[in-house]
Write a protein that binds this ligand. Structure first.
Ligand code: TRP
Ligand code: ZN
Length: 850
């Protein structure tokens, strides 16, 4: 495949823009099939650019007219835009184009969703709206006029009012085109107010479809808390008189930070007790915060080019993680963040799609909105903060905001503020941005005469295009425990910079138990052959809650691997240890719940790969089930007591404390259901007055083969709530007997509520099937075929989503030769589709290349 030769874009080829923009005026006449866009752009030659070629991006546009300084011109049209002769002095470009939003199924550019007009411009969607230098280092103030008979027509910045069918908006803050947004439609509005620290009033509005007004209160509260938090923690105030959020049903990702007009996937903003899970509330809070925080890290300071994407995304994820830790509890949030990192980013980093946090080339930028850019990017910021300390981090951030406000920046700019603040050298740290792959840290240790000797060695495996890796800066927070669990050496920081480093700790009473990588201080895989006895002590006594959780996972993985590789029986000491944690009322219920769920099936598969074994997802599923049953059988009494004690009475609230109780009660229910014929789940399903009770109960009924009637009942109860129906689709394929999943999914494909056009629905059915390991990897390959059939159908409609979901095949090299052959054939079948999109083609070729 030769995609790379023809379409690849390289960081090394970056050139500053030829022309800069001083002002943009856009005038829209909205029409579902024939929207007119007139643009008036003030251009000026960029003194920093040696070339003079004038080029404007444009895609799928019908150019009606073009003028320079009022004189009609006939530009030369190219594949990706247009070019024409322009004066050397500043000039005014005017054009009129016609576009067809109703034919736009890709959800990029201007499109229709349920009768509303809506835009998505990041990364390169603005060029589907009008001709423009669609690159993030061209920033300009925008004025927008919208003609439409719809009740609401919104854009970025300050509202200048509406007269008849004409609404006008003005965004005073220069911004790149990817932050442009426009919305038109019929809405209900949920409103509130915020007063900034310096006393400026801000109107807050959430625009939703009629019927959704009662699902906005939680997001609004989260927004106000986020605004106050960014003032208190980062000293950042909001900078417009209005902050609008619009909920859209058809949306490719979670949400988008358009200046003053955030657009949200309705699943990332709407929630009520009856329709949303605790986990949905948590996600909404985090995404509201994330998009709001982008106002400073992304909008006021943006990226010079898309290779710098992690500059805004890694930093903003880190900020939303800090926020969630503050409002919901740091220990449990850290565990959840790391578990997501390992589940998605480690998987990516150890497969054919591995790439650096700052990639050096891409074909389609949409394919680089990845766990590596986002989650690993956030880990890099966290490490920087650990390395320089909280105070210096704050000073560096103040300098960053001060120095770069209004600019389009690079990773170099970002690191420079740390250099200037601390006078440290970050050139080795910078390798984290350029080297892909998850470093392995191995541990050698010995003990004699009261001294503990520790040697840490690091190495990073080869990744596509990067054979040899240099040693990185790895902060390892660690402490030592005595055998009775008491603390021998409190937390301290070891900073690895070389391939191998040795440390010693003297004056010890006996051989200590090391607690390494506390708080998961670096995104690495720690390889140490810990004994069961040590893990049990860490689980019971470590002062670091993350490492207690870690000890529990390691125990669980070891037991499962022993069952899988040596046909061992479930180890009763593991069940006992978990039951002890579960019953320990001094521990936070949320922590107990997360600590005592078994390691996920994919986590076990990853661990087997690490040990050089070939994972069999069906066998893993069976071992998992057997171990759960063992735990349920041996702990039934404790589990029932736990269920009673933590069932929350009274009205539902989504605060962290009640979420923790429900998580623990639902975990107990999950085990109990394996041994009580689902009697308790039946009860909970019947009595549930909120989704966090109803849906897990239904999951247990389905998992234990008692679900048929309840599944129908759930559907008739919720058929008009599309976000609940998404859950209904997912649950049936992810909780059923995995041998039945393809048959069930096939039947659901012809359900009247299934559609390829809605990304949430596609993910709910096809995504869920592909993310349920034992169902996806059934030995007959039926699920591979089903998923590929649907991806091939999706590609014509929505390339971005298709490419993204194609990554479910990224683990194909892990499996046995039969599965590998079938997965490879599946990928080749996608590759052979006529007119395959550039997005999907790039993904498939990278997946096959390795
Ligand atoms: N910048 C957005 C965020 O991180 C995500 C985003 C990027 C996006 N491209 C998109 C959202 C395309 C929807 C569609 O919050
Ligand atoms: Zn973001």
């Amino acid at each position: 495949m030769t995609v790379r030769d023809t379409q690849t874009i390289f960081l090394a080829d970056y050139q500053p823009p030829t022309f800069l923009v001083d002002h943009v005026a856009l005038e829209f006449t909205l029409h579902p099939t024939a929207t007119r866009v007139r643009s008036t752009v003030k251009f000026r030659k960029n003194p920093d650019s040696p070339v003079t070629d004038f080029f404007l991006h444009g895609e799928n546009l019908n150019l009606l007219s073009a003028y320079i300084n009022g004189v009609a011109v006939s530009p030369i049209m190219t594949d990706s835009g247009l070019t024409c002769d322009v004066p050397e002095t500043p000039f005014i470009w005017q054009s009129e184009v016609e576009i067809d939003p109703s034919a736009n199924t890709s959800l990029s550019g201007l499109y229709m969703s349920n009768g509303m007009f809506c835009t998505q411009c990041e990364a390169e969607g603005f060029r589907r709206i009008t001709y423009y230098p669609d690159r993030p280092d061209v920033m300009a103030p925008f004025d927008v006029t919208i003609h439409s008979d719809l009740p609401y027509a919104l854009s970025n910045g300050e509202p200048l009012g509406r007269e008849g069918d004409t609404s006008r908006w003005q965004d005073p803050w220069p911004k790149p085109a990817y932050l442009f947004a426009l919305v038109g439609g019929t809405f209900e509005i949920f409103s509130d107010h915020f007063t900034t620290a310096s006393g400026k009033p801000v109107d807050l509005n959430i625009y939703v479809r009629d019927g959704d007004q009662d699902k906005c209160a939680f997001a609004m509260e989260a927004l106000k808390i986020s605004m106050a938090w960014d003032e208190q923690v980062y000293g950042r105030e909001y900078d417009l008189s209005v902050f609008n959020i619009v909920a859209v049903d058809d949306f490719n990702m979670g949400a988008m930070e358009n200046k003053g007009l955030n657009i949200f996937n309705s699943s990332a903003v709407l929630a009520s007790a009856e329709t949303a899970l605790d986990a949905n509330f948590e996600r909404i809070e985090a995404i509201i915060a994330h998009e709001y925080f982008h106002n400073w890290t992304g909008n006021r300071i943006t990226c010079r080019d898309w290779f710098q994407l992690s500059l805004k995304e890694g930093l903003t994820v880190f900020r939303d993680q800090q926020f969630s830790a503050d409002v919901r509890g740091a220990d449990v949030r850290r565990i959840e963040d790391v578990s997501a990192l390992r589940g998605r980013q480690f998987r990516e980093d150890n497969g054919p799609l591995a790439h650096p946090v700052r990639p050096e080339s891409f074909v389609e930028i949409n394919n680089f909105y990845t766990a590596t850019i986002y989650e690993k990017g956030a880990e890099l910021i966290r490490m920087l903060r650990i390395l320089v300390g909280d105070a210096a981090y704050k000073t560096a951030l103040d300098l960053y905001f001060d120095r770069h406000d209004g600019q389009a920046c690079t990773i170099e700019d970002w690191l420079q503020v740390f250099t200037d603040t601390t006078e440290q050298d970050f050139s080795q740290f910078k390798l984290w941005y350029s080297q892909a792959g998850t470093p392995r840290v191995t541990v050698d240790e010995s003990f004699s005469d009261g001294t503990y000797y520790l040697t840490l060695r690091q190495s990073t495996p080869a990744t596509p295009g990067q054979a040899d890796k240099r040693p990185m800066v790895i902060p390892v927070a660690m402490g030592l425990l005595n055998e009775d669990g008491s603390e021998a050496v409190p937390t301290q920081l070891l900073i690895l910079t070389e391939e191998s480093q040795s440390y010693s700790f003297d004056g010890l009473q006996g051989r200590p138990i090391p607690s390494l990588l506390r708080g998961f201080s670096a995104p690495v895989i720690l390889q140490r052959s810990t004994t069961k006895a040590e893990r049990l002590i860490l689980l019971a006594f470590d002062t670091d809650m993350f490492n207690r959780y870690e000890a529990s996972r390691e125990l669980g993985r070891a037991v499962l691997i022993d069952m899988l590789c040596n046909t061992a029986a479930p180890d009763p000491s593991y069940s006992e240890a978990l039951l002890q944690v579960l019953a320990d009322e001094t521990l936070d219920p949320a922590f107990r719940a997360i600590c005592c769920a078994l390691p996920s099936q994919d986590e076990v598969a990853q661990a087997l790969v690490e040990l050089g074994h070939t994972p069999d997802p069906v066998a893993i599923h069976d071992a998992h089930h057997k171990l759960s049953q063992h735990l349920a059988g041996s702990g039934l009494y404790v589990l029932r007591r736990l269920y009673k004690a933590h069932s929350v009475n009274g009205p539902y609230t989504p605060d962290a404390v009640s979420c923790g109780h429900r998580a623990l009660a639902n975990l107990a229910l999950r085990y109990i259901s394996l041994v009580d014929d689902a009697a308790l789940a039946t009860e909970q399903f019947a009595a549930a007055d909120n989704m966090t009770l109803q849906m897990p109960a239904l999951g247990n009924l389905v998992r234990t083969g008692h679900g048929d009637e309840a599944v129908q009942k759930f559907y008739s109860q919720w058929r008009h709530e599309r976000l609940v129906i998404d859950k209904w689709f997912s649950l049936q394929v992810s909780s059923c007997d995995p041998t039945q999943a393809v048959a069930i999914a096939t039947a659901l494909l012809s359900h009247p509520d299934f559609t390829l056009k809605n990304p949430n629905r596609f993910r709910a059915l096809i995504g869920a099937l592909a993310m349920t390991p034992a169902a996806f990897h059934q030995p007959d390959g039926g699920a591979y075929d089903l998923v590929v059939d649907q991806l091939i159908a999706l590609d014509d409609l929505n390339p971005q989503l298709c490419a993204r979901i194609t990554t479910v095949f990224e683990t194909w090299k892990r499996y046995d030769s039969n599965r590998q052959a079938m997965m490879k054939a599946a990928l080749l079948r996608i590759a052979a589709k006529p007119k395959l999109s550039r997005d999907t083609r790039e993904m498939v070729s990278r997946l096959l290349q390795a």
